[in-house]
Design a protein around this ligand. Structure first.
Ligand code: HEM
Length: 165
């Protein structure tokens, strides 16, 4: 991910070695031709497909393991089994969802948010927990605050289709 800081006249190059779930930072270069973050899509600012896939993978594991959140809806209508096939499909659709809503090339092929989450009885408190899980994942990958905020804003557009249904 590239981020150009015009005020300081230095750019920060972030190389994400995402396959290994590690993030490296190389800072202090002087490349004045790096595009401004203002002109790049959020998809690009997040690091494109490899970065988004890695974030989704970490996020799904974190949310699925968050007992207070009860992502799989144990004991509720529409209980969901976290089988390898189901998890793979969920991750694929989450990646498509994020990429298609941040200016990336992928098309979302999953069901609409209201249909998917209907009958899950997701509460405001659980919404807060899943947003917290996403923030923890973004922090783990050292995603810059502006990109974190912009992605959370995209996710927040789904709130009314998910909570209290
Ligand atoms: C507490 C909050 C949430 C819970 C408990 C939850 C739970 C689930 C579950 C169990 C599934 C699998 C359903 C199935 O395949 O039948 C699912 C699918 C999905 N969820 Fe959520 N979800 C939550 C919030 C969100 C948010 C905030 C987003 C927005 C980014 C989201 C996006 C999706 C997508 C894209 C799918 C896949 C749809 C498909 O395969 O057709 N979910 N969710």
């Amino acid at each position: 991910m590239f981020r150009f800081n015009r005020a300081a006249s230095v750019c920060v190059l972030t190389v994400s070695a995402l396959a290994a779930s590690t993030v490296l930072f190389v800072s202090g270069c002087n490349n004045t031709t790096t595009p401004s973050s203002d002109t790049k899509t959020l998809y690009d600012r997040l690091g494109g497909d490899p970065a988004i896939k890695a974030v989704v993978h970490d996020f799904v594991g974190r949310a699925a393991g968050d007992k207070d959140l009860n992502f799989t809806r144990v004991g509720k209508p529409n209980h969901w089994d976290a089988t390898p096939d189901n998890v793979a499909k969920l991750e694929l659709h989450l990646v498509q969802f994020i990429e298609s809503n941040t200016g990336g090339p992928k098309i979302y092929e999953g069901r609409d948010m209201a249909t998917v989450h209907a009958g899950m009885g997701i509460t405001e408190a659980e919404w807060g927990l899943i947003v917290g899980d996403l923030k923890a994942t973004l922090a783990k990958f050292n995603v810059l605050q502006k990109e974190q905020d912009d992605l959370i804003a995209v996710v927040a557009t789904t709130h009314d289709q998910i909570v209290g249904k």
